[in-house]
Design a protein around this ligand. Structure first.
Ligand code: CO8
Length: 263
């Protein structure tokens, strides 16, 4: 499929989705949210892809938020539909059966940070800036920021960021646990690709099972979470990868995972 404001490149079982709307620092308007939603479907359907990297074109912005020109025109009902469309898109990436890494190369503000938070983890360039500045527009985060950020860094830290709308440096975001690594700008993609390649060499079924267990298991009480893990663990044995991985260890060789279902 071809898109107007994003590209998808696939190399070595890793897909790179680049958001490219330079005139508005990659801000998310209705058309781009729709394209992202369709892109998530295209990526989910391609079984060759083991891992996705999401990034922004250029050096300045990952995504500078929802498109404020559009927000300025909305009535309350339209705002509800806009927020719901955004949620659908964020959730589509969160629910992808493969790991998703956000490579944040610049501003990740408002809806941009919310998109990165829907990914499985974030690597940031040293020059990246993070924040939920909606409060300065008389708004609140509407693409999951009040929910996902609070679950990642805790309610107190999230409330402070949301109430003040202040911007964080990449180092601050690292300290707060929003990002996993801070990397020199010219190395961001190379380093993210290295991690992606390590993940891509693993089995599709076990990656999916691991993501499912963490994402769903941490949303319920621990006993139910452990039950989710038990089922996800068992699911790995539906794939020939479990036999291949354990046999390869015993035979002292590297496993060759295919992701095939066990006959
Ligand atoms: N929407 C639309 N246009 C934008 C946006 C945006 N979010 N961000 C930047 N732009 C545009 C600017 O208007 C400017 O356009 P032009 O050249 O035509 O004047 C161009 O991008 C370049 O931006 P700046 O000149 O402002 O660049 P600076 O380097 O001076 O500043 C900043 C960079 C600090 C990132 C600045 O652009 C900024 O503050 N942007 C807005 C950030 C923001 O507030 N984001 C949150 C938006 S609200 C949101 O995300 C809500 C999500 C939930 C929605 C729920 C729906 C109901």
């Amino acid at each position: 499929m071809s898109y107007e404001s994003l590209t998808i490149q696939i190399q070595d079982r890793t897909a790179i989705l680049t958001i490219n709307r330079p005139k508005a620092l990659n801000a998310l308007n209705t058309a781009l949210l729709q394209e992202l939603y369709e892109a998530a479907g295209e990526i989910a359907a391609n079984e060759e892809i083991r891992v996705l990297i999401m990034t922004g074109a250029g050096e300045k912005a990952f995504v500078a938020g929802a498109d404020i020109t559009e927000l300025a025109q909305l009535n309350a009902l339209e705002a509800k539909y806009f927020a719901a469309r955004g949620h659908m898109t964020m959730t589509a990436f969160q629910k992808l059966p493969i790991p998703v890494i956000a490579a944040v190369n610049g501003f990740a503000l408002g809806g941009g940070l919310e998109l990165a938070l829907a990914c499985d983890f974030i690597y940031a360039s040293e020059t990246a800036k993070f924040g939920l500045p909606e409060i300065t527009l008389g708004l609140i985060p509407g693409f999951g920021g009040t929910q996902r950020l609070a679950r990642i860094i805790g309610k107190n830290q999230a409330r402070e960021l949301i109430f003040t709308g202040k911007m964080l440096s990449a180092q601050d975001a690292l300290q707060m646990g929003i990002v996993n690594r801070v990397i020199a700008p010219d190395q961001l993609m190379a380093e993210t690709m290295k991690t992606a390649a390590g993940i891509a060499s693993k089995g599709r079924v076990s990656l999916n099972a691991a993501k499912h267990a963490v994402n769903h298991g941490t949303e319920v009480d621990i006993a139910s979470g452990c039950e989710i893990e038990i089922d996800a663990f068992a699911l790995c044995f539906a794939s020939s990868d479990a036999a291949e991985g354990t046999r390869a260890f015993l035979e002292k060789r590297k496993p060759a995972f295919t992701g095939n279902l066990r006959k």
